[in-house]
Design a protein around this ligand. Structure first.
Ligand code: PRP
Ligand code: URA
Length: 246
């Protein structure tokens, strides 16, 4: 069932704008193609692939890892905001003309899955000034890969908000599923949760889509798979270690 939604793992694609010929465009490995309706993958542009190449490289130092992952996080937040409701809003410009635009409606809050998810908070704050941010501490057991929930602290009115759940890595999906269970237990409807993610495994995306088909995943890349330790491959290693401690 889950495999049916994986259309093509690690395909190769010419990168660049349509007006260029394929001879002018280098090819690179792009996101695995999946058909889950609730998964939005960022456009596989030269810029995104170059940023991902930087953070995947084992020789990239911590300062560069932070800088380039922040840039991708910013793209993820900008895309995720497109999935929030807007209503028509007409304004008058300084030259006295009207412009028929739109305005965001509804309240949001960020929820980071600690520790790695906290690395995405800066990008969210850059786009949404003074946004409220809740925390859920979930750690994956290094032997079993099973998640353990240690702590959560969320805004009291979270059930009335759109929750932007933050975690850069979706491997087996266990941690993200557990975090969604916490949000649902606090009254957040499934279809008011957006999960912002940097790299997903096809298996993790499939698990997630099957259990919570109404939660939208916005990811930069669906990778090739998982290794025997349930690390994403080719992946980027341990995101939290590379961002905070290595
Ligand atoms: C990582 C990552 C996710 C989880 C993904 O966190 O940030 O939360 O593993 O794996 P899963 O999909 O198989 O559950 P980890 O528990 O290693 O903690 P960290 O954030 O402190 O690095
Ligand atoms: N957590 C990470 O940081 N990386 C992986 O590949 C899997 C889980």
């Amino acid at each position: 069932m889950a495999e049916e939604n994986i259309l093509q793992r690690a395909p190769s694609q010419h990168l660049g704008p349509e007006y260029k010929s394929n001879e002018e465009k280098p090819s690179a490995t792009v996101s695995t193609k999946v058909s889950h309706e609730n998964v939005t993958v960022l456009p596989q542009t030269p810029q995104l692939i170059a940023l991902l190449t930087m953070i995947r490289d084992k020789n990239t130092n911590r300062a560069d890892f932070i800088f380039y992952s922040n840039r991708i996080n910013r793209l993820l937040v900008e895309e995720a905001l497109n999935h929030l409701p807007v209503h028509p809003h007409t304004i008058t410009t300084p030259v006295g003309r009207t412009y028929a635009g739109v305005k965001f409606e509804g309240k949001i809050c960020g929820v980071s899955i600690m520790r790695a998810g906290e690395a995405m908070e800066q990008a969210l704050r850059e786009c949404c000034r003074s946004v409220r941010i809740g925390k859920i501490l979930i750690q994956r057991d290094e032997e079993t890969s099973k998640p353990r929930l240690f702590y959560d602290k969320l805004p009291g009115d979270i059930s009335e908000r759109w929750a932007l759940l933050l975690d850069p890595m979706l491997a087996t999906g266990g941690s993200a599923l557990m975090a969604v269970d916490v949000l649902r237990s606090r009254g957040v409807p499934e279809d008011h949760i957006l999960f912002l993610n940097l790299i997903a495994s096809p298996e993790g995306a499939a698990n997630f889509a099957q259990k919570f088909p109404k939660v939208r995943i916005v990811t930069a890349f669906v990778d090739q798979g998982l290794d025997e330790k349930n690390y994403i491959v080719p992946g980027l290693g341990d995101f939290g270690d590379r961002f905070y401690t290595m």
